[in-house]
Design a protein around this ligand. Structure first.
Ligand code: ADP
Ligand code: MG
Length: 240
C-alpha cells in the first residue's frame, strides 16, 4: 500500500530522515517508536506530504505522491490522520465535524453522511454527543471523534501520531480501544506511540527510528524481548 524509497528530509540543512526505505502492506498494523526528536512525526507527515520530502519517493497504492503531477488532495482523502492535538473544528458541532468533509469533498448526500456519522458515533459510544461542540467534550471523547471523523472519508490507511500523548491517563484506554477495533478489522495503520504495551499487543511489526533511519524492525514479540542492536536495547531499557 505504501512504498517508501530512499526518503530524505532535512530542515535548514539538518538531516532528520536519511535514506529511509520501507514498505507497508495492505492490512498491516505498523508501529513506529523511537526517542523524542528522532523524526517519527516528520516520517508520518511525509506520508501525506504535510512535509515535503527533500529526497526519495513515496508510492501510495502505486502512485508516486512526490511526483509534481500527482493530485495530492485526492490522495490525502484516502489517508486518515489523527494527531496528538485533536484538531476538531471548534466552531462546528460534532455532527458537522463528521459530515463536512465527505459532503464537501466527496459529494456524499448530507442525509447519507448523517446516517454514516450516527453509525460511527454509536460505535464509539458517543452518539449522544452529536449536537455538542468540541469544547464540551473530554480529551478522550475528542480523540475518539477525531478517529471516526477520519473514518468518514473511508480511508485506505490511517496514520496516528501519538494519539494518546495529550490525554489524561484515565482516557488513554478508551482511545486505544477504538484503535484496537480498527486493527482487528484489518485497517492498514501506521502508528507513532509511546504506549509500548499497546504496540506489543496490536502491532504486526514494530520499527525503531533513531539517527534518521529505521535501526531495527521486527514482529512485536521479537522486537521487545530480543532486540538486536545496542541502541534499541538502550531505548527499551528506558521506556519499559
Ligand atoms: P519526533 O516526532 O520523533 O519527536 P520530529 O519529527 O517532530 O520528531 O522532529 C525531528 C527533528 O526535526 C527535530 O530535531 C525537530 O526539531 C526537527 N523539526 C521537525 N519539524 C521541523 C520544522 N518544521 N522546522 C524545523 N525543524 C523541524
Ligand atoms: Mg512527534
Amino acid at each position: 500500500m505504501i512504498q517508501v524509497k530512499e526518503l530524505c528530509k532535512s530542515f535548514d540543512g539538518v538531516d532528520v530522515l536519511k535514506n529511509i526505505t520501507t514498505t507497508i502492506k495492505k492490512g498491516e498494523v505498523v508501529f513506529v517508536v523511537g526517542p523524542s526528536g528522532s523524526g517519527k512525526s516528520t516520517f508520518l507527515r511525509c506520508m501525506n506530504l504535510l512535509e515535503e520530502p527533500t529526497g526519495g519517493h513515496i508510492f501510495f497504492e502505486g502512485t508516486d505522491i512526490t511526483d509534481k503531477n500527482t493530485d495530492i488532495n485526492l490522495l490525502r482523502r484516502k489517508m486518515g490522520m489523527v494527531f496528538q492535538q485533536f484538531n476538531l473544528f471548534p466552531h462546528m458541532s460534532i455532527m458537522k465535524n463528521m459530515t463536512i468533509a465527505p459532503v464537501k469533498l466527496l459529494g456524499v448526500k448530507e442525509e447519507d453522511a448523517v446516517k454514516e456519522a450516527e453509525k460511527l458515533l454509536a460505535r464509539v459510544g458517543l452518539l449522544d454527543k452529536k449536537d455538542a461542540y468540541p469544547a464540551q467534550l473530554s480529551g478522550g471523547q475528542k480523540q475518539r471523534i477525531a478517529i471516526v471523523r477520519a473514518l468518514m472519508m473511508k480511508p485506505d490507511v490511517m496514520l496516528f501520531d501519538e494519539p494518546t500523548s495529550a490525554l489524561d491517563p484515565e482516557m488513554v484506554g478508551e482511545v486505544l480501544n477504538v484503535m484496537r477495533e480498527l486493527a482487528k478489522e484489518h485497517m492498514t495503520m501506521l502508528v507513532v506511540t509511546h504506549e509500548m504495551g499497546f504496540a506489543r499487543e496490536v502491532a504486526d511489526r514494530v520499527m525503531f527510528l533513531d539517527g534518521g533511519d529505521f535501526v531495527e524492525e521486527a514482529p512485536p514479540e521479537e522486537f521487545f524481548t530480543n532486540p538486536k542492536s545496542e541502541r534499541l536495547r538502550s531505548f527499551l531499557s528506558k521506556v519499559l
